[in-house]
Design a protein around this ligand. Structure first.
Ligand code: AMP
Length: 417
């Protein structure tokens, strides 16, 4: 019977058959973070709403329409975190991390929440892995950060990935450029979509993202920030590019690249994947030299990224990896009484020795237990005979031998080698 309850719109359950692929992504990310000296951080799933208003930016789509915001019982405005960078910067300041050796390198993984229109690759609760290096303005930090995500996608074997790179310049340069861009948009207001027109003065960069034909036409003639970079901004970007080239990380410059968060300065980047549909971005990030100051801290340069775990899984497609081989205990009296106690004790021993081992927990007949062992792909079964002796049977060949309980671990190891 179908359940009368359904998971909320835009959410999903991770079922055991999906969990293995997901765990592989998490494990690959953990290895990459650990080897690069990034410590793990976990921040709360919700924060004061103002953190995101200030940190992500009031003019962004995220803050304007995508946040899950509610009032708690104390009348405070709370928001389920839509992204990880602002909370990590909050933690950096609150926990006095500016006193540590800089940069502070932090990595995370967990659920995030955005009230978006659900579609393939876009959910209301999704999961990200991400990394932040806070307290360095060196191009080296940008290149290393980008390299970590490139390594993760390569190690996982995500096909069809491309890296797009841009630069927004420093906060001051970005501000000057924005004025120029606004002037261009105002001069062509008539051809813009309503949404873009309404936001010329709040968030002109978003116009680069528009699908609207008229807007696209106007944007073709728009000034481009990467072409306006000067002085230290130009040098910084050139150095990031040189470092990526030395590291063999392929990229293309995308002068129209913008990101959905207000806090970026200088380097921005996006990894897209041609196996994904409309939601083609697998992960991205950039430098956010103004964010910590925006949150009330001292000026602190920083760079980081986040990648969507569901997008990585979608790009990887169906996982064909076989489950690990496992042993199943089969006993003549459905595991009750003496045989049951022996099976529990021996299974425990095998598991402690690192072997995947299962017991019948459903009271099946011997025939039923064999059928089930086949169904779950057991390569070996241990049969507990009525007289208390054990038989080890190879399910593929049908070969079966008596075995002493004290030899079980060694015997299983020998058969699998
Ligand atoms: P952002 O925090 O917007 O820079 O997004 C970083 C990454 O998170 C994106 O590249 C996506 O892979 C993923 N992502 C963002 N929003 C969603 C969503 N609503 N559903 C699934 N993945 C998302």
């Amino acid at each position: 019977m179908a359940s009368k309850y359904q998971a909320p719109r835009g959410t999903f359950d991770v079922l055991p058959e999906d969990a293995r692929a997901r765990a592989r992504v998490e494990a690959a990310a953990s290895g990459i973070f650990a080897r690069a000296g990034y410590g793990r951080i976990a921040t709360p799933a919700f924060e004061d709403t103002e953190l995101f208003e200030r940190g992500v930016g009031r003019s962004t789509d995220i803050v304007r329409k995508e946040m899950f915001t509610f009032e708690d019982k104390g009348g405070r405005s709370i928001t389920l975190r839509p992204e990880g960078t602002a909370p990590i910067c909050r933690a950096y300041l609150e926990r006095g991390m500016q006193k540590l050796a800089q940069p502070v390198k932090l990595a995370y993984s967990g659920p995030f929440f955005r009230h978006e229109r659900p579609q393939a690759g876009r959910y209301r609760q999704f999961h990200q892995v991400g990394a932040e290096a806070i307290g360095s303005d060196l191009p080296l930090a940008d290149a290393e950060s980008i390299g970590l995500l490139a390594d993760l996608l390569t190690e996982l074997g995500v096909p069809g990935v491309e890296l797009r790179l841009g630069s927004l310049g420093s906060l001051q340069a970005r501000r000057a450029y924005m004025e120029e861009l606004k002037a261009h948009l105002h001069a062509n207001e008539g051809e813009l979509s309503e949404d873009v027109r309404e936001r010329i003065d709040v968030n002109p960069l978003r116009a680069f993202d528009s699908d609207h034909e008229g807007t696209r036409g106007v944007m073709e003639g728009a000034p481009r920030m990467v072409e306006r970079l000067e002085g230290e901004d130009a040098d910084h970007f050139a150095e990031v590019r040189a470092l990526l080239e030395t590291a063999g990380v392929q990229y293309s410059i995308d002068p129209t690249l913008v990101r959905g968060l207000d806090y970026y300065t200088r380097t921005i980047f996006s990894f897209v994947c041609d196996r994904l549909g409309a939601q083609s971005e697998i992960g991205g990030g950039g430098r956010y030299d103004g964010l910590i100051e925006q949150l009330g801290g001292p000026p602190t340069p920083a760079v980081g990224w986040a990648a969507g775990i569901e997008r990585i899984l979608l790009a990887l497609g169906e996982e064909t990896e076989a489950p690990p081989p496992r042993t199943v205990f089969i006993s003549h009296d459905a595991g009750s009484g003496e045989a049951g106690r022996t099976a529990v004790a021996l299974a425990g021993e095998l598991r402690r020795a690192g072997l995947a081992t299962e017991l019948d927990l459903a009271g099946r007949s011997v025939k039923g237990q064999f059928k089930h062992a086949n169904r779950i792909g057991a390569d070996l079964v241990v049969i507990l005979e009525e007289d208390g002796t054990l038989q080890l049977r190879d399910m593929q060949s049908g070969e079966q031998d008596a075995v002493e309980s004290s030899d079980l671990v060694t015997e299983i190891g020998r058969r699998r080698s």
